[in-house]
Write a protein that binds this ligand. Sequence first.
Ligand code: AHR
Length: 328
Amino acid sequence: MKKRISAIIFLLITCLSAAVLSGCGNAGKTADTAEDENLIVVGFSQVGAESDWRNANTLSMTEALSPENGYRLIIDDAQQKQERQITAIRNFINQGVDYIVLAPTTETGWDTVLNEAKAAGIPVIIVDRMIETEDKTLFKCWVGSDFRREGEKAVAWMSENLTGPLKIVHLQGNIGSSAQIGRTEMLMNSLEDHEDWSIVFQETGDFTQAKGQELMEEILENNIDFNVIYTENDNMAFGALTALENAGINPGTDITIISFDAGRRALNLMLEGCINFDVECNPLHGPRVQALIEEMEAGMVPSKYTYVEEETFEVGSLTKEMIDARGY
Ligand code: AHR
């Protein structure tokens, strides 16, 4: 009998302890969930990982929209395919995210899916490149670069610094993206004012290093005569430099190299004299997107368009200290 009573007491204590412990556990879980529930959920449809610029941009978004700052960021890498971005946006809508951030591959083709986001009441922020749409209510705001202005800066430098007939190899970014459209448009316009400038080769290298190298090898194999490379991003420049160097040609001296992005790797190559002029395209949009969301959270209406200030870099005046002071 005594044994039976002890066994019952033991069982009771065990159950009570378990209940208390599981209660603590539950309390912990509830706290976690509550914390999660307080986070602002952002679905970010990113173009891909095609360039150093893009990777710096993804990192900037991840650092700014972090749990410590009150966010849960869901990133979808579209591998430079618009269909994938459309699917990602639909998934974000189904998940009921609080905001959608879209870095669009191309300018056109967004109306249907953005109308779906609008119908679901999810605010959309466009970042980096622009979209083309009649209905400006499909997105709350945009932050990014003025790609035409970037192209203008490159062309102005060529005009002021290069003489004689220019035989230009033009490596384009992915066709239909704002970065390609703006940078290409300004180069093409400049031909009207410069009779001795001509494009001897023009093709897309999709903003990638591999394609930049491939195209430059093709140009060299076909003995195309050129003295300038206008490459619409640094990564294509890196590929082109490799092909030139493999062929015993000195980039920066035998051939003038003009590029866009001005990332650290490119600026270090400029210090070595391999790139002549680089127009900055600033990828650090994370804190800017964060500020826009915070304005909306506070019930404010953010500026519809925010253009980022960007500078240019030139061989000869660039220093190591200038590179070290930069954020990417
Ligand atoms: O839209 C910005 C452009 O996209 C950058 O110039 C390029 O490097 C990136 O892939």
